[in-house]
Design a protein around this ligand. Structure first.
Ligand SMILES: [Zn+2]
Length: 208
């Protein structure tokens, strides 16, 4: 492992970890891709580009190295609270697996505890662990729901994700402002219209 330190940081150092061999392998391919695109990979501005792209791609897919259920298990607490817990406006950055272009937006996640609650900061981490892979928005939504449901044994889980897809905005149909919304529910959110409506109302309201 190789560490890149952000020299400009004062009192806090951002540390990125990369697999050196993997960066070199991916970079080699990008030198060739630049040639195939009609570029000169030896001109000054592109000299370090293959290596930068290789590092960026590793970062953008580092979710493969993470275990989302372990993230939840590390902060689960026995608690009798049984009302809906909502974490909304979670930033999502992912990559579509069809074009390897970004899609990004917000996730809103709720669960109804059934004996256990989880540290609230873990829910955005679970979203990120699944988002930092090659994805489709539909599967990302289901994976977050299933992980919360199976790990917390919740009485219900709700996930709504709203994203813009660069593969739609930058190419093809060029519907620049279209947003894709996906949702996935379990338990009480499926069975009980009132519970589901309350969740949808709460994520739509701007309280802040
Ligand atoms: Zn796409």
């Amino acid at each position: 492992m190789h560490h890149d330190h952000d020299e400009e940081a004062v009192g806090y150092a951002k540390i990125d970890q990369y697999n050196v061999q993997r960066v070199a392998n991916i970079a080699d391919h990008y030198t060739d891709i630049l040639k195939q695109l009609g570029e000169n990979p030896h001109r000054e501005g592109l000299l370090k580009t293959p290596e930068r792209v290789a590092k960026a791609l590793q970062f953008l897919t580092h979710g493969y190295e993470l275990k989302p259920d372990e993230i939840l298990k590390s902060a689960m607490f026995k608690e009798n609270y049984s009302q809906m817990v909502i974490v909304k406006d979670i930033e999502v950055y992912s990559m579509c697996e069809h074009h390897m272009l970004p899609f990004f937006g917000k996730a809103h996640v709720a669960y109804i505890p059934n004996g256990y609650i989880v540290g609230l900061s873990k829910i955005p981490k679970v979203v990120d662990a699944f988002a930092r892979r090659l994805q489709v928005q539909e599967r990302l939504t289901d994976e977050i729901r299933d992980c919360l449901q199976d790990t917390l044994h919740a009485a219900g889980v709700a996930v709504v994700i709203e994203c813009k897809h660069m593969c739609m905005s930058m190419r093809g149909v060029q519907k620049q402002n279209s947003v894709t919304t996906t949702s996935a529910f379990t338990g009480e959110f499926l069975k009980n219209d009132i519970t589901r409506s309350e969740f949808l109302r709460l994520i739509a309201t701007q309280l802040h």
